[in-house]
Design a binder for this molecule. Structure first.
Ligand SMILES: NC(=O)c1ccc[n+]([C@@H]2O[C@H](COP(=O)([O-])OP(=O)(O)OC[C@H]3O[C@@H](n4cnc5c(N)ncnc54)[C@H](O)[C@@H]3O)[C@@H](O)[C@H]2O)c1
Ligand SMILES: O=C(O)C(=O)C[C@@H](O)[C@H](O)[C@H](O)COP(=O)(O)O
Ligand SMILES: [Zn+2]
Length: 361
């Protein structure tokens, strides 16, 4: 592969194995993500228009036939109307099963791109060039694709793994700091469920953790990708162990829905992590020091750890449509200790509300 500088390849296993490439100045390798594709639809949102233009040029120079498709930014793009518009545009361009989709952007665009690819002709190849920390460590990896609906976050989607993921850390130079920190909420999640070295690295130097040019952030990105890759390699369809990646997400997705998807996912996850830790502590499963460590580390990254105290009656019904629920039984990922994730099924409503007091402001 013709790329400059150190390149890390992280394998993701399963029926259709692929690699996550992590490094700097990697864009020249993009055509190799989709070998033999004829047309390539490049989905991107306006903030990435300049990078999209570069990719279109690179793809054309490599003999592909790129079709740039601009979509609305952030969660506004993760809608059925936007997906339907993409399908119409693929149809007008005559996209066949020999063609492919490329998602360039944050997690919202890569979720949409994967979903568009999963449904077009019942599934065509796609690849991802994530441009946010969150996209690199989480959204672009693992094959969960989807959109939001009025009923809830990501309730419509498909498991459709990418053919490859290219995480070019150079793109993070333009990522607003607030977005960079939001992505670290998912990195912290990986630290608590599987790789405590992540937590040590952030605690030692939170400023280094948020420096897009630094080596600490690169190590955090690679460690989090390895956690995700290991989990999804063995359980693509979330039949069991993959649920641990949903740590903090039961409350997080409810907050996002109640906010009409105007809250950042990473911010909602930060609050959700503190909530899940408190739930485990109150249930007698997690020691107070590890529970408190959640709030401390997220606060050190300037992430929110509270949400409106009076929102509880609106949040609980939304939590009931969480994908981990079974019938009337809510199921939460909790910790039984550091890097010891487990499940809490059917907690009493009093316990759920009492835990919310820890985040209610
Ligand atoms: N599929 C999964 O497994 C998975 C995992 C985690 C999160 N997600 C989803 O990912 C989404 C959140 O992703 P996100 O945090 O990246 O948010 P996002 O995609 O909304 O991006 C945040 C903002 O940063 C901008 N941006 C991204 N990269 C940039 C860059 N390099 N330079 C300048 N601006 C840039 C975007 O255009 C957007 O305005 C949510 O929809 C969430 O549900 C999916
Ligand atoms: O990959 C997974 O599995 C995750 O749960 C990762 C989460 O960070 C991510 O937000 C995911 O989109 C949530 O999945 P959902 O099935 O609860 O929508
Ligand atoms: Zn998430």
């Amino acid at each position: 592969m013709s790329v400059a500088g150190a390149l890390t390849r992280i394998p993701v296993g399963g029926e259709r194995p692929y690699q996550v490439l992590v490094g700097r100045d990697l864009l020249a390798a993009v055509p190799e993500l989709l070998p033999d594709a004829g047309r390539v639809a490049v989905l991107y949102a306006p903030p990435l228009a300049g990078v999209a233009a570069q990719l279109v040029e690179l793809l054309a120079a490599a003999g592909r036939r790129p079709l740039p498709l601009e979509v609305p930014d952030a969660e506004a793009g993760k809608s059925l109307a936007v997906a339907a518009d993409c399908w119409e545009r693929l149809g007008s361009a005559g996209f066949t099963r020999g063609d492919a989709v490329l998602g360039l952007g944050g997690g919202a665009v890569t979720d949409l791109a994967g979903f568009v690819a999963a449904c077009w002709l019942r599934g065509v190849r796609w690849a991802a060039v994530p441009s946010s920390v969150l996209g690199m460590v989480d959204a672009a990896v693992g094959g969960k694709t989807g959109i939001n609906t009025g009923a809830g976050k990501n309730l419509v989607g498909a498991f459709h793994p990418p053919a490859g993921v290219l995480a070019d850390l150079s793109l993070l130079a333009d990522l607003p700091p607030v977005e960079l920190a939001a992505g670290l909420a998912e990195v912290v999640k990986c630290g608590f469920i599987a790789d405590p070295t992540i937590l040590d690295l952030i605690e030692q130097d939170p400023a280094a953790a948020t420096d897009p040019a630094g080596g600490v952030l690169r190590e955090l990105v690679e460690r989090a990708v390895r956690v995700k890759a290991e989990v999804v390699s063995g359980d693509l369809r979330e039949a069991g162990r993959r649920e641990i990646l949903n740590y903090g997400h039961t409350l997080a997705h409810a907050i996002e829905r109640v906010e009409d998807y105007r809250w950042r996912h990473g911010h909602a996850v930060a609050v959700g992590l503190v909530y899940a830790a408190e739930l485990a502590r109150l249930a007698g499963r997690l020691d107070p020091a590890t529970a408190d460590r959640h709030r401390a580390i997220l606060t050190a990254l300037d992430l929110p750890v509270t949400y409106a105290a009076d929102a509880w009656p609106r949040l609980l019904p939304v939590m009931r449509v969480d994908k981990k629920a079974r019938g009337d039984t809510l199921r939460f990922v909790v910790l039984d200790g550091l890097a010891r994730p487990g499940l809490l099924a059917g907690p009493a409503e009093d316990l759920l509300r009492d835990a919310y007091r820890a985040v209610g402001r």
